[in-house]
Design a protein around this ligand. Structure first.
Ligand code: FAD
Length: 444
């Protein structure tokens, strides 16, 4: 017999409680990854995420093989595939780390129940968040809708457990069940191959994630508070895709940052990640529905596709916005300050529904995250949890002066001869946005 570890958003060996529990059980261990594009409600991955996943799985498979085990790849609805694989492997246990999205939880609950009915040991563990969403509650027993008290409550809980060490050996079975080949899955772009910039920028996989954490803590943490808002400073951790895919655990990041003298500011950014995930846990429709329902009354004008395209391709004529959108297209990443400015411009100057922007980010970000992405879009839109008030509209020119005063970031992404006229007038569109907002005020 054997134990299966079903990997999902936790593509790592270190601090992986499901893997640790499977090893401790004593039977041979088989890793499994299921590409599930069929279970109802599960959002298909965007293009940049698929690129990352391919490389991260390649790395995880290699690391499991080096330690004596294997990674079985299978495609299809998880409910069927997990059962089939368990049967093929003659497994008596299936372990995994929890997911917190609505449809994912439903799938996992059903699988756990049916595996148990079949007499298997099915168990789930906490590996992706510092605190389980049901453990952080207000005095009245409800969930938080404002960040500061949420984070205060998290900090008052016992501190996150210490990370588990990386297993040196993972004994696999003599013969592993059949696996798809990763290449067959077609996660990488072929024609056109748009991933050149991604390859230049990133190295997916657990070893690179650990390396980046150490580098950030020794070189950049000291200047994080001061420089984190400057897109040309390179002062942030670039851990977001690594956390998204679980190549590094938030427990590891937390403890190593604390040991490195880690600023509260950096830790509180991990707190925003927690807050976004807890919000998704309580509002599974975060990517499609306004959290504050009075925003349903917002009178979005009919979509003008040319404006949306101009934004997507970094051709709005607003240098900071265009720089951000080009950074995104090239590298699958955009600096946080610029994400806020680009999102605000789409919503409040082009008057385009935040959901269109969220979808573009979902497809193009390597860190596209089921909670962080819609949460932050709704934050900018004003419709979200503890959101920026709608009427506080970013002026992208002032933002550029403040956070990119020497124009280094803009110069890097938008050559002088590509700077056109703005496609909209910032002042007029700002006024139109504020007029439209009156409908929301009336509805609330
Ligand atoms: P650091 O500053 O080093 O922060 C450390 C970690 O904290 C990040 O890796 C991330 O996990 C977390 N974090 C930081 N800021 C936030 C935040 N505002 N909300 C939630 N978690 C945060 N982040 C994603 O991970 N995935 C997304 O899909 C995503 N979409 C966004 C969309 C918009 C419109 C905006 C404004 C922000 C979005 N963010 C998203 C949040 C933030 O921009 C990125 O997490 C950050 O830029 C990643 O860079 P870093 O790892 O260097 O961050």
């Amino acid at each position: 017999t054997s134990s299966i570890v079903w990997f999902r958003d936790d593509l790592r060996l270190a601090d992986n409680p499901a893997l640790r529990a499977a090893i401790d059980r004593g039977d041979p261990v088989i890793g499994l990854y299921v590409l599930d594009e069929e279970s109802p409600g599960i959002r298909p991955l965007g293009g940049a995420a698929r690129w990352w996943l391919h490389h991260s799985l390649a790395s995880l498979g290699e690391r499991l093989r080096e330690r004596g085990s294997t990674l079985v790849l299978r495609r299809g609805p998880a409910e069927r595939v997990v059962h089939e694989t368990a049967k093929d492997a003659g497994a008596s246990a299936v372990f995994w780390n929890r997911r917190y999205g609505g449809p994912e939880r439903e799938v996992d609950t059903r699988i756990k129940a049916s595996l148990r009915e079949d007499g298997l040991d099915a168990q789930s563990f906490a590996g992706s968040l510092l605190h389980e969403p049901w453990e952080v509650k207000t005095g009245a027993g409800t969930h938080f809708s404002v960040f500061t008290p949420f984070w205060r409550a998290c900090l008052a809980l016992p501190s996150p457990r210490a990370p588990l060490p990386e297993p040196r050996e993972v004994h696999g079975p003599g013969r592993a069940p059949a696996s798809d080949s990763l290449d067959e899955w077609g996660l990488l772009p072929t024609k056109p191959d748009w991933a050149g910039g991604l390859r230049e920028t990133w190295e997916p996989g657990e070893p690179a994630a650990r390396h980046r954490l150490r580098e950030f803590l020794s070189e950049d943490l000291g200047s994080y508070d001061r420089a984190r808002d400057e897109p040309s400073a390179g002062a942030t951790s670039l851990l977001s895709p690594r956390l998204r895919w679980g190549e590094i655990s938030p427990y590891t990041v937390w403890h190593e940052a604390v040991e490195a003298g880690g600023g509260g500011r950096f830790l509180s950014e991990l707190g925003w990640r927690e807050f976004a995930w807890h919000t998704l846990f309580h509002f599974p429709d975060l990517a499609t529905k306004n959290l504050r329902r009075e925003f349903d009354a917002f009178p979005w004008p009919r979509l003008k596709p040319t404006l949306l395209r101009a934004w997507e391709h970094g051709r709005t004529g607003i240098p900071l916005v265009d720089a951000g959108m080009r950074e995104l297209w090239h590298s699958g990443y955009m600096h946080n300050r610029v994400r806020m400015v680009a999102a605000s411009f789409l919503i409040k100057n082009l008057l385009i529904d935040w959901r269109h922007g969220e979808e573009w980010f979902w497809d193009t970000l390597v860190d596209a995250d089921a909670a962080n992405n819609p949460f932050n879009w709704q934050w900018v839109a004003g419709s979200g949890a503890d959101a920026a008030p709608y009427f506080r509209i970013f002026n992208p020119e002032l933002q550029a002066k403040k956070f990119d005063p020497r124009g280094l970031y803009i110069d890097q992404w938008v050559p002088q001869d590509e700077r056109g006229e703005p496609i909209v007038d910032l002042g007029e569109t700002r006024k139109a946005a504020l007029d439209a907002y009156e409908h929301v005020k009336r509805a609330s």
